[in-house]
Write a protein of this length. Structure first.
Length: 456
């Protein structure tokens, strides 16, 4: 059993000393991802501490994202030390590695032209009003109106009085969660899900539980069972379009089924649709099916340009005041310069042109996956920016990731996305991480060759 030596000389008392020891044990690898921690009462007895002291340390560790408590099973390490975190959180720095661990958009020369032309034009303006206003927190009227027009193409059901400009879809999810849930409430999501959702739940003190998913995302029967089984279910957060990391895509009927169950159990649904702009299909949005409890958020970071951290949150009418309050407490409003940049590109039609280019590039890169790794693919879509691979026989995801890193290829295991430490293992390969197709093809060849070898 893990029994640390506590340094109680620093400020904060014994609970803080235990929290520091836990953090250090994860950082130095003494505790690994998924490892079960000692039961609180056992650890309290071993360290001669009160149960309340250990409980406080575990609770703060969970809020910080270090551990995950699973009802009926115990507490498990939910984070890795910096040596295991890889480039998912820490930039790999210069070198000859091919980083397929992070989903960022490949460079395109048209973006350079658009950016320089627009910034040059903005710099010629004298005292633009949008740069000298602090209200409304939802965004300048012209910026919100431009977003409203763009969202019509995604069936988002937005209106001016319910639309907020946010600093990316992750920010949108955080605002929505803070509006519908309070500490101790249960939030449901895919059993493998966006890392940002996991982090937001920890920060807000929410109980996060995974729901079984398939090639269309959350399975309706599994969602209904989770709604019955868990207490105080406040919301479902899901990514219906290219769920991360599995690349699932929910069809119209699946989306309707999810909305029907949420309505029956009176829970909010927060749709993270950051990838929906890439899909040229008529798919319904939760806001039109759950007008009183449906949230919809999207942004430009995964479809236009990584650094264009501008997004939109469509909020149900009853929650607009709460979202506005959370907005003021986090970033006050979206950065107006970024909003102006997005607004001008929307007006010029440049964003639609770039998205069409992104779609063409995504299809070409997924074709390379089919060429080299087809038999290993568990989840993919022609327009998705990543694919989800099975672990070959004889390998573990950790040993496979380490071997690929030795061969200068960075990928992601299930660890950053797993709600439960026992989640099905896999490898996510971010196809957009390679600067060009030639580099991606070289990386996929190395992955294929590694998969076909038996580990030592």
């Amino acid at each position: 059993m893990w029994t640390p030596v506590l340094d109680t000389k620093q400020h904060g008392g014994k609970s803080k000393a235990l929290l520091r020891a836990l953090s250090q044990a994860i950082e130095n690898g003494e505790l690994s991802f998924g490892e079960r921690l000692p039961p609180q009462r056992d650890l309290a007895h071993a360290l001669n501490l009160s149960f309340q002291t250990v409980n406080t340390a575990y609770r703060e560790a969970q809020m910080a994202g270090l551990i995950q408590s699973v009802v009926g099973r115990g507490s498990f390490v939910n984070a890795r030390g910096s040596s295991g975190t890889g480039s998912f959180i820490l930039a790999p720095g210069p070198g000859d590695q091919i980083d397929l661990s992070v989903t960022f958009l490949a460079h395109h020369p048209d973006l350079d032209r658009m950016f320089h032309e627009t910034i040059s034009s903005i710099s010629q303006e004298r005292s633009p009003a949008w740069m000298y206003q602090s209200r409304p927190v939802a965004g300048a009227h012209a910026h919100v109106a431009a977003g409203l027009d763009w969202l019509r193409g995604m069936n988002a059901g937005a209106t001016m009085d319910r639309l907020f400009i946010v600093n990316g879809a992750t920010h949108g999810v955080f605002l929505a969660l803070s509006a519908v849930a309070k500490a101790g409430d249960t939030v449901l999501t895919e059993n493998l899900t966006e890392n940002g959702t996991i982090g937001a739940a920890h920060i807000l003190g929410l109980e996060l539980h995974g729901v079984e998913s398939d090639e269309q995302g959350i399975i309706p029967e599994a969602l209904e069972e989770a709604c019955r089984r868990h207490r105080r279910v406040a919301a479902l957060v899901w990514v219906p379009t290219f769920g991360n990391p599995t690349a699932h895509l929910a069809g119209p009927r699946r989306r309707e089924q999810i909305a029907e169950i949420a309505d029956r159990y009176d829970i909010a649904v927060i749709e993270d649709e950051v990838y929906k702009p890439l899909v040229d299909a008529d798919l319904p949005a939760i806001t039109t099916m759950l007008p009183k409890k449906g949230f919809f958020t999207t942004s430009f970071t995964k479809s236009v340009m990584t650094g264009l951290r501008v997004g939109y949150l469509v909020t149900p009418g009853p929650y607009t005041y709460r979202v506005a309050s959370a907005m003021r407490c986090t970033t006050w409003s979206c950065a107006p310069l970024m909003s102006e940049l997005a607004t001008r590109w929307l007006a010029d039609g440049d964003i639609d042109d770039i998205i069409r280019i992104r779609r063409t590039e995504a299809v070409a890169r997924q074709e390379l996956v089919s060429k080299y790794l087809e038999k290993h693919v568990r989840g993919s879509h022609p327009l998705a920016p990543y694919c989800w691979l099975k672990i070959p026989e004889g390998w573990t995801e950790t040993s496979l990731a380490a071997e690929l890193q030795e061969r200068k290829i960075l990928i992601n295991t299930s660890a950053p996305f797993a709600i439960d430490p026992d989640a099905e293992p896999g490898i996510r390969v971010s196809l957009s991480g390679a600067p060009d197709r030639q580099t991606l093809e070289r990386a996929l060849t190395i992955i294929r060759d590694t998969f076909e070898k038996l580990p030592i």
